[in-house]
Design a protein around this ligand. Structure first.
Ligand code: GTP
Ligand code: SPV
Ligand code: MN
Length: 613
């Protein structure tokens, strides 16, 4: 084994710092001894490094350079067709006790899981380079920020981590200074040299049919094996910033959430900070980058996927986006629906599983009204319209720096974050769930968050369209017992008291009997945000529904839309029979958590039933 870039030496270190640097080095050495890479490279996060990594991937054929005239500095990667999304069936929370992982997580006893993983990692990096990627989630040194180190044998992962997190020497210096950090070990699980010492050719997207995305919450460790894709492999994202961070947050009294973060400004210049939790591929990026159709109202982007929330000295809840980039759903992204996203990806973007045009740009379903006459599809095969299969994979993604977003807020990297005015929950529901509802109070809001159901999307393996419970949009991401997590939310609310943000629920996806969306969505969602802001100011008119407060007649600004009165009725219809059936399902759902369900949530269910009659 050779070390290409020696670990940079810190200029001054305290004795605690020496211990910290030593602990990191010991872990790197230990993993290298186990996985046996040809080389170890310590990453510094510089542009030069990014160019080198990119060049390596180009030389290996693992990236396709896009036409610089249309998409400068941008590349297309094509994954293995069996490695296109998060694998929830192979995602594990290995807490010491099974009940601490809870019924919503796969659990294996940590010792047993580590033994199994060590067998898989043994020699897993033979013939490859192991990259040491120190990173910060949140601005380096920020009050809510956290550090991690990912060890990976995938240059594609390093390139994406460069965009999605703050990689490099500044993060490493914090680790050396003795700050806590999370160990994140990743291998694609495809060694180039076999046990007999024979070297094999690499493939364009190495991965393994044997996949493990394993989390050890008590040890603050992540071990990911066999996948190179998104949330399975970019370990700062779902594995650290949600699964491990949710456990740290429980222990330290804050919240790690699957939420976008925006700043809404009204026509007199008053700003509101709003965080919203929608399940995967249910509209976070789109709402985060909303371009307002209402004059005087505007939205600025702070984050599109993850938010960390912590009570500040003023007693309010403050939020940061711990990420530095967007790993956004490509299909459906278009100038008409999300112009800010289209402008963000003008260049310097990595596309994964998009289609390639004949002149070297990318395309996906929904980008333009008509598909180009010929494309190379996401598998590399020739494609033309009418073949009956999509040209881009439904979970095709773009990776791009947040700083490139034209709607990014000036203070998106503020070390203390921004104070939250409202929290919004939502899901993808063709029926039952109204366009917008305001919770009566925090406890009711927690009940609403805890009982969200949503139709499954292509962001994870599984049957697309199937309705499932996805509490707080955290079903695949909560690192501990979901019922305890609800209890933690209630406890945070107690501490916030009258400083707590207001809570709302939205649904952009309700359909009419003819199967069309009843609500125009996208930029028109500003109308719902406007009502929310008016409620926050104590102005917007609301009326009671069994589910919570809904806009009073005329309170939702629909001027200039083609939403008809009957659409509006259908958007807010509450069918007591259907909702009593939902309440029965909620009771059954709660039963799966046994006596860990907090009493206030059972009380909320009883109150809902009473209001439904
Ligand atoms: P993850 O990155 O997986 O967490 O997804 P996300 O929650 O950020 O979802 P995103 O904004 O990427 O949207 C997913 C899909 O829903 C895209 O195809 C969007 O075009 C579509 N979508 C988003 N907002 C709306 C909306 O208001 N109405 C309708 N009809 N579709 C929407
Ligand atoms: C999600 O599935 O919620 C995503 C994509 O944001 S991934 O990074 O793959 O988790
Ligand atoms: Mn997400």
């Amino acid at each position: 084994m050779t070390i290409i870039h020696e670990r940079p030496r810190a200029e001054t270190t305290t004795s605690q710092g020496d211990d910290a640097a030593g602990a990191l080095r010991a872990w790197v050495d230990q993993v290298a001894a186990l996985t046996q890479p040809d080389h170890v490279v310590w990453c510094d996060g510089t542009d030069r490094e990014r160019h080198e990594i990119t060049q390596t991937l180009l030389d290996e054929g693992k990236l396709i350079r896009l036409n610089g005239e249309y998409r400068p500095g941008s590349y297309l990667a094509r994954s293995d067709p069996a490695d296109v999304a998060r694998v929830e069936s192979r995602t594990f929370i290995c807490s010491k006790r099974r009940e601490d992982a809870g019924p919503t997580n796969n659990w294996v006893e940590p010792g047993e899981m580590k033994r199994e993983l060590i067998e898989h990692f043994d020699g897993a990096m033979r013939g490859r380079t192991m990259y040491v990627v120190p990173f910060s989630m949140g601005p380096v040194g920020g009050r809510l920020s956290k550090l991690g180190v990912e060890l990976t044998d995938s240059a594609y992962v390093v390139l994406n981590m460069h965009i999605m997190t703050r990689v490099g020497s500044a993060a490493l210096a914090q680790i050396d200074a003795g700050d806590d950090w999370v160990k994140a070990l990743h291998s694609v699980g495809a060694p180039l040299i076999d046990e007999a010492g024979v070297r094999h050719d690499d493939v364009l997207w190495p991965s393994s049919p044997d996949k493990y995305i394993s989390h050890f919450p008590e040890d603050r460790e992540i071990w990911s094996f066999g996948s190179g894709y998104g949330g399975n492999a970019l370990l700062g994202k779902k594995s650290f910033a949600l699964r491990i961070a949710s456990v740290i947050a429980r222990d330290e009294g804050w919240l790690a959430e699957h939420m976008l973060l925006i700043k809404l400004t009204n026509p007199v210049g008053r700003t509101f900070h709003i965080a919203a939790a929608f399940p995967s591929a249910c509209g976070k990026t789109n709402l985060a980058m909303l371009r307002s159709t209402l004059p005087g109202w505007s939205v600025e982007t702070l984050g599109d996927d993850i938010a960390w929330l912590r009570q500040g000295e003023d007693g309010r809840l403050w939020a940061i986006n711990p990420e530095a980039g967007f790993f956004g759903v490509a299909p459906g992204t278009a100038a008409a629906t999300n112009p800010n996203a289209m402008e963000t990806i003008w260049g310097n973007t990595v596309f994964t599983n998009a289609a390639l045009t004949d002149d070297g740009d990318i395309w996906w379903e929904g980008m333009t009204k008509h598909a180009p006459e010929h494309l190379t599809d996401w598998t590399g095969a020739s494609w033309k319209p009418g073949l009956g299969r999509p040209a881009a994979h439904p979970n095709a993604r773009f990776t791009v720096a947040a700083a490139q977003c034209p709607s990014i807020a000036d203070d998106w990297e503020a070390h203390d974050g921004v104070p939250l005015d409202a929290i919004v929950f939502g899901g993808r529901r063709a029926s039952n769930v109204p366009l917008v509802v305001e919770a009566r109070d925090w406890e009711h809001g927690v009940f609403i968050g805890a009982t969200v159901a949503s139709e499954q999307t292509a962001a994870a393996e599984g049957a697309v369209g199937e309705l499932r419970r996805d509490p707080f949009a955290m079903l695949p991401f909560c690192g501990y017992n979901m019922a305890d997590y609800w209890g933690h939310w209630l406890a945070v609310g107690e501490r916030l008291g009258d400083r707590a943000p207001a809570v709302f629920n939205v649904n952009w996806f309700r359909k009419g009997e003819d199967g069309r969306f009843l609500w125009p969505g996208f930029g028109e969602n500003i109308r719902v945000l406007k009502w929310i802001a008016e409620r926050l100011e104590g102005e917007g008119a609301a009326s009671e529904s069994p589910l919570g407060l809904v806009p009073a007649a005329g309170a939702l600004d629909l001027d200039g839309t083609d939403v008809t009165d009957s659409d509006l009725d259908a958007l807010f219809a509450v069918d007591p029979a259907a909702w009593n059936a939902e309440a029965d399902l909620t009771e059954q759902y709660f039963a799966t958590f046994g006596d860990r369900v907090p009493a206030p949530l059972r009380r909320q269910l009883a109150q809902l039933r009473r209001r439904l009659g």
